[in-house]
Design a protein around this ligand. Structure first.
Ligand code: ADP
Length: 780
C-alpha cells in the first residue's frame, strides 16, 4: 500500500514509492508505455512494488550515462505509475509495461544500496487557470499543421491516430495524443511534463515538434543525396549526420561510442565491401541496449577488427651486406644455411613483389631455427611474429570461431597479425610438422590456403568475416622432422636443413653468443662473471645430450643466476666458474660419454644411429641359443628391426658356407637380437649391416673389432644401401673413440659435410656390399 508521511514542516501529504530512474525516457499521466530495465536497483524497485502491490515513481535522469544516480542526477518532476505487466527476458533484462497515473514532485530520495525510494508530492497535471480560447485555437491549429508534416515522415503511423489528432478540439486531449505518439527528445518531454499551463505546454510542444521535423527533413535530404551519389565523402557526411540525429535522440553519450566506431571504420584502409559490413555492425550496435550480450559481442568484434594492421606496412628494404652481417653477428657457423638465406634475400631484393617463396628450416630442436628466422626479419626490415603450430588439431585454431560462439576469437593467423602490428610481417610457423588432423577438420588445408600466394590475398577468418590480405607477409616455417610435414605443404616449401652441432661448434656458440647473451639478460658485466673454457667443454660433454644448444643455454643461464646471487648478496665481487667446481654449481654430471668398449667380442657390433639428439653410438647384441628357430627382437627399434632381422637371417643362410656356419641354424637356434633403449633412432633400416655382422659373428664365433662402427641399409642380396645423417653419426663415432667407420659407398659424396676434425681422426671404409663390411669388421 502507499505509505503516507505527514511532513513535520507543513501539513501537505507526501507518499513514498519505489523509484525507477529512467534513461532517455519520460512518462506522462495516462500514457501507457513500456521499457526495458537491467540495472539491479531498478529491477529491485519493480519487484518490490509488484510484491507489495504498490505503484511506482518514474523520474528521468538528467544524463543517461549515469549508472548509479543520486538525487542531484534526477529531474525534480516525475510520474507515479501503475505497473501493468512485467516480462522477464534473458540476460536479466525485464520488459515493463506501465501506465502513468499522476504527476508528482520529488521531495526526497533515499537509497539503501539495493533500491531507490522517493518521497513525492502529488501535483495536478494541468493548472486550472482559465485559458484564452483564441490563443488556444491558434496553437492547436499550428500543432495540427506540424503534426501533419511529422506524420509524413513516419510511414507506419496509424491513419486513425492522424485523423483523431486532426479533428481534436480539446487542447488537453490534443496535447496528449501528440506527445504520447511522437518521438521527441527526452529533455523536451521533461519540459513538457514540468509545465502546468496547457497553453504553455502547447506552445513548447509546437517548438519541439518543429525542430524534430527539421531534423527529419535533413535526414531525408541526406538519405536522398546518399542514394543519388554514394561517393566516400558524402557517405561519411551522411553517417555523421545520421549519427548526430541518433545522438540527439539518445542523449549524447550512448551515441558517442557508436560514433567513435564509425569514425574509426571510416578511417580504415579497407575495401568498400568490408567497410559496408563493418558499418552494418556499428549500425546494429546503435540499436541495441548497451548492456546486452549482443552489443558486447559486436563491440568485441569491432574492437578486434579495428585493432588489425589494415594497410599498415613497415618499409621493407633489403641490403644484402647488412643482412650478411646481421646473420653473422647473431649466429656462429652455419655457413651453408647463411648462404642459402642470402640467396633467398637476394631474390627478394631484386623483386620485392615476388610471391610464394617459403623457406622451411628443418632440424632438431635448439639449433637456431627460430633465431635465424628472427635475424631474417631484421635483415628484411619486417616485424617478426611466431605462430606455434605444435598440437594444432582443429581448423578453428587457424581460422577462428564464428563470432557468435561464446568466447569466440580469431584464429592464430589473424592474432599473429594483430601482434605484428603490420600487414607485411615475417611470420614464423613453428613446428609445421606437428600439425595434427582429426575429425574436427584438417588444419593443414587451412595452412595451405595461408601459404598459397594465389589465395592468401583474401584470407578468410571465421571470426573476422571480412577478408584480410596476407600476400605481403613473408612466411618461414620450421620442422623437426621433415618426414612428418603433410606432403602438399612440403611441396610449397624450400627446404633448408640445419645440421646438429659438434661439441666444438657448441663451445664456440656458447662462448661467443650464449654467455654474453645470458650475462646481459642477468644484468651482469663480463668482468663480474667468467666461465672457464674447460668448464664450458665439461658442460657440453657431461651435462647435455642434444643436437642443439638449448639445454646448454639453460645451464649457462643457471650459472648466471647463481653468480648474480653471489654478487648481489655481497659474497663476492666477481666470480669465475671453474671446471673443478662445476659439481657445486650444477650438481652431478648427467651423462657419461659414449665410449666404445675396448674388447673385441662375439655378437656385439657398434652401430651408428641418428636420433633427435644427434648421432649416437648404439651397440647391437645378438646371441644364438639352442632352440627351434625362433627370432626375438627387443629394444628400441621395434618393427623396422624385425624386418631387417628377417633379411639378415636369409642373407646369412646364403653365405653360411663361407663363414663355417651350420646351414640349419635357422631351424636349430633361437636368435635373440637386442638394441638398447635410450634415444629413439629415426632410421631403423640403417641398422641392417650392424645386425647382419652381429649375426654372422654370433653364429660363426668370430669376434667383432671393438674399434669399428658401421651404418648402412641392406638388400637380400647383400648390397649396402645409402643412409642419412652421416655427419651426426660420424661425429658420434669420433666422440666414442672409434677408429674405423664403415659407411655405404653411395654415401661417399656426403663426406664433404663431415667435420674436418672427424675426417682427420677416422678411417672411412666404403662398403658396396656386405662382404666389404664383414671383411673389415670381423677379426680373423
Ligand atoms: P630452434 O628454433 O631450432 O629450436 P632456437 O633458435 O630457439 O632453436 O635456438 C636456441 C638458442 O640457441 C637460442 O638462444 C639461439 O640464439 C641459440 N643458437 C642456436 N644456434 C646458434 C648459433 N649458430 N649461433 C648463436 N646462437 C645460436
Amino acid at each position: 500500500m502507499e505509505q503516507t508521511i505527514k511532513s513535520s514542516k507543513n501539513t501537505e501529504n507526501t507518499n513514498v514509492f519505489y523509484t525507477v530512474a529512467m534513461r532517455g525516457l519520460v512518462a506522462f499521466p495516462k500514457m501507457v508505455m513500456h521499457f526495458d530495465i537491467a540495472r539491479e536497483k531498478t529491477v529491485a524497485a519493480i519487484e518490490k512494488a509488484l510484491k507489495n502491490n504498490e505503484k511506482i515513481f518514474l523520474v528521468a535522469q538528467h544524463e543517461s550515462y549515469v549508472e548509479n544516480p543520486k538525487a542531484n542526477d534526477l529531474y525534480k518532476v516525475g510520474v507515479v505509475a501503475e505497473i501493468k505487466q512485467v516480462l522477464k527476458l534473458p540476460e536479466n533484462i525485464m520488459k515493463v509495461l506501465v501506465e502513468g497515473v499522476y504527476r508528482a514532485n520529488l521531495v526526497r530520495l533515499t537509497d539503501d544500496g539495493d533500491v531507490l525510494r522517493a518521497e513525492v508530492k502529488r501535483t495536478p497535471t494541468y493548472s486550472r487557470a482559465k485559458i484564452d480560447e483564441v490563443e488556444a485555437e491558434a496553437l492547436m491549429r499550428s500543432i495540427k499543421d506540424v503534426f501533419e508534416r511529422y506524420a509524413q515522415f513516419v510511414p507506419r503511423m496509424p491513419k486513425e491516430l492522424i485523423s483523431s489528432v486532426m479533428t481534436q478540439d480539446d487542447p488537453v486531449k490534443l496535447f496528449e495524443a501528440v506527445v504520447f505518439n511522437c518521438s521527441l527528445n527526452y529533455r523536451d518531454k521533461q519540459t513538457l511534463l514540468e509545465e502546468s499551463n496547457i497553453l504553455n505546454k502547447l506552445s513548447v510542444l509546437f517548438t519541439c515538434l518543429s525542430s524534430e521535423i527539421e531534423i527529419m527533413e535533413l535526414e531525408s535530404i541526406i538519405n536522398e543525396q546518399t542514394r543519388n551519389n554514394i561517393d566516400k565523402g558524402q557517405k561519411e557526411y551522411y553517417l555523421r549526420e545520421q549519427l548526430r540525429v541518433i545522438q540527439e535522440q539518445l542523449g549524447e553519450d550512448d551515441g558517442e561510442e557508436v560514433f567513435n566506431y564509425i569514425n574509426d571504420i571510416m578511417a580504415l584502409k579497407i575495401d568498400e565491401k568490408s567497410r559496408d559490413k563493418l558499418l552494418k555492425e556499428a549500425d546494429r550496435l546503435s540499436k541495441l541496449p548497451s548492456a546486452s550480450q549482443e552489443a558486447f559481442v559486436i563491440k568485441n568484434y569491432l574492437d578486434t577488427v579495428l585493432d588489425l594492421p589494415w594497410g599498415k606496412y613497415t618499409k621493407a628494404k633489403i641490403s644484402l651486406e647488412k643482412a650478411e652481417s646481421i646473420l653473422d653477428n647473431d649466429h656462429y657457423g652455419l655457413k651453408k644455411v647463411k648462404e642459402r638465406i642470402i640467396e633467398f634475400l637476394a631474390v627478394h631484393a631484386i623483386n620485392p613483389k615476388i610471391k610464394g617463396q617459403i623457406i622451411c628450416l628443418a632440424g632438431p630442436p635448439g639449433i637456431g631455427k627460430t633465431s635465424i628466422a628472427k635475424s631474417i626479419a631484421k635483415a628484411m626490415g619486417r616485424n617478426y611474429v611466431r605462430v606455434s603450430l605444435g598440437g594444432v588439431r582443429d581448423e578453428a585454431d587457424i581460422r577462428g570461431h564464428r563470432k557468435t560462439y561464446v568466447g569466440a576469437m580469431p584464429g592464430r593467423i589473424i592474432t599473429a597479425l594483430q601482434q605484428a602490428e603490420s600487414a607485411n610481417p615475417l611470420i614464423l610457423f613453428d613446428e609445421i610438422d606437428k600439425l595434427c588432423s582429426d575429425m574436427k577438420g584438417d588444419p593443414s588445408s587451412a595452412m595451405l590456403e595461408v601459404l598459397d600466394s594465389e589465395q592468401n590475398s583474401a584470407f578468410r577468418d571465421h571470426f573476422l568475416e571480412v577478408p584480410f590480405d596476407l600476400s605481403k607477409a613473408v612466411f618461414i616455417t620450421t620442422a623437426n622432422n621433415v618426414g612428418d610435414i603433410p606432403a602438399p605443404l612440403l611441396d610449397r616449401m624450400e627446404l633448408i636443413e640445419l645440421p646438429s652441432y659438434t661439441a666444438e661448434e657448441k663451445f664456440h656458440i656458447a662462448k661467443e653468443h650464449l654467455v654474453p647473451k645470458q650475462l646481459k639478460e642477468h644484468g651482469l658485466k663480463g668482468t663480474q662473471l667468467k666461465i672457464q673454457d674447460d668448464a664450458l667443454h665439461d658442460i657440453i660433454a657431461f651435462y647435455t645430450k642434444e643436437a642443439g644448444v638449448r639445454t646448454l643455454e639453460r645451464y649457462i643461464a643457471s650459472l648466471c643466476r647463481k653468480g648474480a646471487k653471489k654478487i648481489a648478496s655481497g659474497d663476492a665481487k666477481r666470480v669465475t666458474v671453474k671446471v673443478k667446481e662445476l659439481h657445486d654449481w650444477l650438481g652431478t654430471r648427467k651423462y657419461t660419454s659414449d665410449i666404445a668398449s675396448n674388447k673385441n667380442q662375439v655378437g656385439v657390433v657398434n652401430g651408428l644411429a641418428w636420433t633427435s639428439v644427434g648421432g649416437v653410438l648404439m651397440p647391437l647384441e645378438v646371441i644364438a641359443l639352442d632352440g627351434t628357430g625362433k627370432t626375438e627382437v627387443t629394444g628400441s627399434l621395434g618393427d623396422v628391426m624385425k624386418e631387417s632381422s628377417k633379411i639378415a637371417v636369409s642373407y646369412v643362410r646364403s653365405i653360411a658356407d663361407k663363414y663355417n656356419i651350420d646351414k640349419e641354424f635357422y631351424k636349430k637356434n633361437d636368435l635373440h637380437i637386442h638394441a638398447p633403449e635410450g634415444a629413439v633412432p629415426k632410421d631403423g633400416p640403417s641398422a641392417g649391416v650392424t645386425m647382419t655382422t652381429a649375426l654372422v659373428s654370433a653364429l660363426s664365433g668370430r669376434k667383432v673389432r671393438c674399434d669399428v662402427a658401421m651404418t648402412g641399409e641392406i638388400t637380400l642380396h647383400g648390397k649396402v644401401l645409402p643412409i642419412g645423417g652421416l655427419r651426426e653419426k660420424t661425429m658420434a663415432a669420433y666422440k666414442a673413440g672409434i677408429k674405423t667407420v664403415i659407411i655405404p659407398a653411395a654415401n661417399k659424396p656426403d663426406l664433404e659435410e663431415v667435420d674436418n676434425t672427424v675426417k682427420n681422426a677416422i678411417e672411412f671404409i666404403f662398403a658396396e656390399n656386405l662382404m666389404d663390411v664383414l671383411e673389415n669388421a670381423l677379426t680373423d
